[in-house]
Design a protein around this ligand. Structure first.
Ligand SMILES: [Zn+2]
Length: 464
């Protein structure tokens, strides 16, 4: 039986089984967590339901204490892996259909998790079933589908799995991203900048509060400060501030509140947004008013200003594969004796973590900031001509006929970074709208068929 015939025969069952697991709202719920179900009752139940299904197909299954599951076909040493997840984000508002029911409408399947990542999970299982039924698994090989249960939150699933699994697959693909394939992801560092400098005694205006931004991974959509101004300086200060276009000023209980508006965008593409923190600090500095925190404003202008790529820090590194470094200051807080800025940088894959870290520290310390690192993730960089990428690209091209789109790089971090020798491979096709995490998440029946055909072909090639 060829792949198309197999799909024609199995499609209805695939959709029915997808419906069964979409109906379990596997959103993290610490409140109902218990033994064997560390992420709550429903996440646990969804994982158990899926493993039972694989078990009934005659595959070997292991439940790693509810953190992750494992479905294995064959016993051979050469192991091809697939990494998916069963947990989903909360439904949120704005659905036209019940989010935890798989509803078929105009050849699209609506429901939370339909595309992220339950659809690709069922698709992967059926790709394995095809290999099993057709007797295509060589004796020296095996296929292992790893199912995480905490991908959307803290990746405790894959951490636990990597610690407890007897071994990891030799090569893997991860149906939790984009087609054709993502083989290069920028490195990432989360860090705080701390300013502990003195206040100026001769200031015309004092910054009594300062805040802005919702998270280090977003450009700030608003920022504000409260100014206390000496009466004798009031006219001068207000005239100067009002001359700066980005600043909006309003009186409030004897003080003045200065605000800026930005546009929130993901920190991996700061140029798509507008950072209100940069606008505020840059605007205050440009006003020519002397602030008590003037030294901080000067230092910020020296180190960051309105840069998006770390130019002033001498960190605007770039390479051909992954583009230029991005740097985003997403949160500002005035704490007792210091100012804290929460930042995130994503650096090109050919640069080392050590190089980036030492360049950041050098630039920031020169301006007078303290650097506090919170988290780092090394880049993912699997060469275009590696057997893994070559074979997956061939499968994609063979099934879709699309030779225009090639393997690409992103600034974001996908689930593929969790295990070695893995790349993100589907399920979103070029031109499809990304609805993961949004209301009315859906998967077209055609995409489900096409991705399954691609995954079958990929397994065939990786098993060769
Ligand atoms: Zn996902």
């Amino acid at each position: 039986m060829n792949r198309r015939m197999f799909l024609a025969k199995n499609l209805d069952r695939m959709i029915e089984e997808l419906g069964r697991i979409v109906a379990i709202p596997s959103v993290l719920d610490q409140g109902s967590a218990g033994a064997g179900r560390p992420f709550g009752r429903d996440v646990g139940l969804a994982l158990e339901t899926f493993l039972t299904l694989a078990d009934q197909m005659g595959m070997d299954t292991v439940n790693y204490d509810g953190y992750a599951g494992e479905v294995t076909l064959g016993h051979g040493e050469h192991m091809v892996g697939i990494l998916c997840h069963i947990d989903v984000v909360a439904a949120g508002q704005g659905w036209n259909t019940p989010p935890f029911q798989l509803i078929r409408k105009d050849d699209a399947l609506y429901g939370r998790g339909s595309s992220d990542d339950k659809g690709p999970l069922i698709s992967s299982l059926y790709a394995m079933k095809y290999i099993q039924e057709q007797g295509l698994l060589p004796a020296d090989s095996s296929i292992r589908l790893i199912v995480g249960a905490d991908e959307e939150e803290e990746l405790r699933c894959i951490d636990y799995y990597v610690k407890h699994a007897s071994r990891l697959p030799d090569v893997s693909f991860v149906p939790d991203g984009y087609f054709p394939l993502v083989n290069c992801e920028k490195g990432l560092i989360d860090f705080d900048l701390i300013w502990k400098g003195q206040k100026r005694p001769d200031a015309q205006a004092c910054i009594v509060s300062l805040s802005g931004g919702a998270g280090r991974n977003l450009t700030a959509d608003s920022a504000q400060c409260r100014l206390s101004v000496f009466e004798k300086d009031e006219k001068f200060v207000l005239d100067r501030l009002k001359a700066v276009e980005e600043l909006s000023i309003s009186p409030d209980q004897g003080d003045f509140v200065v605000e800026t508006k930005g546009v929130a965008a993901h920190a991996m593409q700061p140029e798509k947004g507008k950072n209100a923190i940069n606008l505020l600090l840059h605007g205050l500095k440009r006003s020519g008013v002397l602030f008590d925190r003037q030294d901080f404003l000067n230092a910020y202008e020296q180190a960051i200003g309105i840069d998006l790529n770390g130019q002033r820090l001498g960190c605007d590194f770039q390479d051909e594969r992954s583009g230029i470094l991005t740097l985003n200051v997403g949160v500002i807080q005035l704490e007792e004796a210091q100012i804290r800025l929460k930042a995130n940088t994503r650096y090109p894959a050919s640069f080392s973590y050590e190089k980036i870290r030492s360049s950041l520290i050098a630039g920031l310390e020169k301006a007078g900031f303290e650097y506090q690192e919170c988290l780092s993730m090394p880049p993912l960089d699997i060469p275009r001509d590696s057997p893994l990428v070559r074979k997956l690209m061939e499968s994609y091209q063979e099934v879709t006929g699309d030779r225009e789109h090639d393997a690409f790089s992103i600034g974001g971090a996908t689930y593929a970074r969790s295990i070695p020798n893995a790349v993100s491979f589907g399920p979103l096709f070029p031109g499809e709208t990304e609805l993961a995490h949004e209301a009315n998440e859906c998967l077209s029946v055609q995409s489900l068929e096409r991705m399954t055909e691609i995954y079958i072909s990929a397994l065939e090639k990786l098993l060769e």
